[in-house]
Design a binder for this molecule. Structure first.
Ligand SMILES: Nc1ncnc2c1ncn2[C@@H]1O[C@H](COP(=O)(O)OP(=O)(O)OP(=O)(O)O)[C@@H](O)[C@H]1O
Ligand SMILES: [Mg+2]
Length: 503
């Protein structure tokens, strides 16, 4: 490794004396020129001098930078952890440089910090970062540059000086030092290279996150997050294979638009337990995206909703579950705690329940959220609304273009059952399959129920007992449905025995 540049050590004594000797002649010439200039300048007519030169500032400025260049030919670029117009977010350039340095220069650093991350296969591993205060050298196209991790200033009580006045309080920096003759190389090629490589490393080490705005808030960010670990994938999702393929192709089409902002909107609708949330998780796992799960009842204003959106990062799925529970067409909202009618008392023809609490996120706020901002924020995003009652939603909210795809998640058909039997019991055929096929044509049962029944629960449970349990449940459901129909019919018979037509 070549000797470290003098600016890194900030100990200029030997360097200065060498440079002073070497450039003594130049200095005296410069001093002579300045003296001559100061003598001549008062006698020159002012109007002949450009404004700045007349005041001497340009010359002084040049002289100063020439002297500085002679004394210290090294330039410094500072990448701050926070700031740089990114508000409370960690600076992207800082993060990328940190990732790059960790991967490329960590072997040279004497103190490293380890951070836990997961690789593409979900296995935990450690990522090394250059620790605060460390200096490392890097070589790029034969040129040497030096990185210095500058820790946050600490005040005397030990912790970061967050409360200290001034710009630098509580911040850490990466400082890049290089010779001034490398300026073009560093600015035009090296820094973009660091950004590119750092970004790729971050992608590879990324742990996906599930963000939510519900509950208590810490700090200024609208979002809290936990690691996102959901087992659902397209390979575990039981649904019409053609429909599944179509969704995957649609996601692929967006993903192929590398570097361009794109968004897709999906409306997932269907009864509870048909796999809407599982579909969202499968999408996130397929695309390798984060999820932002918006609890709309916790958002007080359209402005807050907008700010939350701006706070999201690219490569993410923004989800509003049960959108019919969160917002009514006039902008009044109902708490999620107040449940919708369950499947048993579910009546598709019934009007949507009256909202009981009035919030300030309006339909138009949501419409702006779902389309107006996409173009401005760039990135790659998918927005998903789920509902048990698509018919209750305002057509404006779900029109094509806003919600590009409307996907119905439906009750379990025989194909879906076979898929689940293969996944849960490793079965492709069984004598009970014919019976189950016949029953599924008569009875509505959700994939969630079927999955539950096909899961062995007690020691001694096997494929046969699980399938028998399913047959039994289907029979009971058929009997319950028949009884409900009979009840409904008898309710429509008036006391005098007349049958009242349904409207
Ligand atoms: N189509 C499906 N394929 C595979 N498993 C499913 C499917 N649908 C439901 N399940 C199983 O049922 C569980 C519940 O499903 P999920 O939460 O996705 O339903 P949902 O449609 O979101 O229901 P809700 O409307 O109540 O939110 C899942 O964890 C999964 O195990
Ligand atoms: Mg759900």
């Amino acid at each position: 490794m070549p000797p470290r540049p003098r600016t890194m050590s900030r100990d200029p004594t030997p360097a200065v004396s060498g440079i002073v000797e070497r450039f003594a002649g130049l200095w005296s010439a410069l001093a002579g020129a300045m003296l001559a200039w100061s003598m001549v300048r008062p006698y020159l007519p002012r109007h002949l001098l450009p404004d700045r030169l007349a005041g001497g500032s340009l010359l002084r400025c040049h002289a100063r930078s020439l002297l500085a260049g002679l004394l210290d030919p090294y330039l410094t670029v500072t990448l701050a952890e926070y700031g740089g117009g990114e508000g409370m977010r960690r600076g992207a350039a800082y993060e990328r440089a940190a990732a790059y340095l960790g991967a490329r220069c960590a072997r040279e650093a004497r103190t490293l910090r380890s951070e836990s991350a997961r690789d593409g296969g979900g296995r935990r591993r450690f990522v090394l970062r250059v620790d605060d205060g460390e200096e490392v050298a890097d070589e790029f196209r034969g040129a040497m540059v030096w990185w210095h991790a500058v820790p946050a200033p600490h005040h005397r009580h030990g912790g970061p000086r967050c409360d200290a006045p001034g710009e630098d309080a509580g911040r850490t920096y990466h400082r890049l030092v290089f010779h001034q003759r490398l300026r073009d190389l560093v600015v035009d090629s090296y820094l973009p290279h660091v950004c590119r490589e750092g970004r790729a490393i971050m992608e590879a080490n990324r742990r996906r996150k599930l963000f939510t705005n519900a509950g208590e808030r810490y700090g200024k960010s609208s979002w809290k997050h936990v690691a996102f670990k959901h087992p659902s994938t397209f390979a575990t999702l039981a649904m019409d294979p053609a429909k599944k393929r179509e969704i995957m192709d649609d996601l692929d089409a967006g993903r192929r638009r590398i570097g361009k902002a794109w968004k897709r909107g999906y409306l997932l609708y269907g009864p509870p337990g048909t796999g809407k949330s599982s579909m969202i998780a499968a999408m996130a796992n397929y695309l390798d995206y984060d999820i932002y799960d918006i609890e709309l009842t916790s958002v007080s204003t359209n402005t807050e909703l907008r700010r939350m959106f701006i706070d999201t990062k690219g490569k993410s799925i923004i989800v509003i579950e049960d959108i019919d529970c969160s917002l009514d067409l006039t902008g009044k909202r109902r708490s999620r705690q107040q449940p919708l009618p369950g499947p048993a008392d579910d009546d598709a023809d019934a009007p949507p329940p009256e909202p009981t609490s009035i919030g300030r996120v309006t339909l138009s706020g949501l419409l702006n959220f779902s389309d107006g901002l996409w173009s401005a924020c760039g990135g790659e995003r998918v927005i998903v609304f789920t509902t048990n009652h698509a018919e209750w939603l305002d057509p404006a909210l779900i029109r094509r273009g806003r919600m590009d795809k409307h996907i119905e998640m439906s009750y379990c058909c025989f194909e879906s059952f076979r898929f689940l039997a293969r996944n849960y019991l490793a079965l492709d055929a069984h004598p009970l399959f014919d019976d189950i096929r016949a029953q599924l044509q008569e009875v509505d049962i959700t994939p969630a129920n079927v999955a539950e029944l096909l899961t062995p629960k007690r020691a001694g449970d096997d494929e046969g007992s699980c399938l028998a349990g399913l047959v039994e449940a289907l029979r009971e459901a058929a009997a319950a449905a028949a009884a409900a129909t009979k009840n409904a019919t008898s309710n429509n018979i008036q006391e005098d025995g007349e049958v009242v037509e349904d409207e």
